[in-house]
Design a protein. Structure first.
Length: 176
């Protein structure tokens, strides 16, 4: 059942259950009827329907993040070998995220490992970007100039958050 649709509250209100097994009707009856979108989202999380979505979202966000990182590091001519690390750790996250949508095993094993590596690489990027600002003439004393013109301090945080999404997806309960 989609987050955006509501189930009839009573069997007489159009939900006769024709063509569905008794097990399917019992499973639907166990999910409480909710009226508001936020309540439906909470119910979906409680019943394990959010893990697959979060695994897919992790894969998509990793692709978008990697493209942005590639373009920015390309502008910097990949001056440091470590600038290639976000590009290299992205494919395992994307593969594990897509596979995690379809396979519980991938979502519980490969996705958290690949996502944790992705997040750690993002935190490492935070260090390198802060170091890059410190190495500019004037360092942190001229932060009002060096932070806007130096490597973006908050950009690697996006990578760490995307990795955190994948780890969170692995921690959530999966629908049976």
């Amino acid at each position: 059942m989609s987050v955006w649709t509501t189930r009839p509250a009573r069997a007489g209100a159009g939900g006769s259950g024709v063509g569905r097994s008794a097990v399917g009707r019992r499973a639907e009856a166990a999910v409480p009827e909710v009226e508001h979108l936020l309540d439906r989202m909470v119910v979906n999380i409680e019943h394990g329907r959010f893990e697959r979505s979060l695994a897919g979202l992790t894969a998509a966000a990793a692709v978008v993040t990697a493209v942005e990182i590639y373009l920015e590091h390309y502008k910097a001519s990949f001056g440091n070998k470590w600038m290639w690390s976000p590009i290299l750790v992205t494919p395992p996250v994307v593969i594990a995220g897509i596979a995690g949508v379809f396979s519980r095993r991938w979502a519980k094993t490969a996705l958290p490992v690949a996502s944790a590596v992705f997040a750690i690489d993002g935190l490492l990027g935070e260090y390198f970007h802060a170091r890059g600002v410190a190495r500019k003439p004037g360092g942190w004393r001229l932060a009002s100039f060096n932070v806007p013109t130096g490597p973006p301090i908050s950009a690697p945080g996006l990578m760490a958050m995307v990795g955190g999404l994948g780890v969170l997806a692995a921690l959530l309960r999966r629908e049976r």
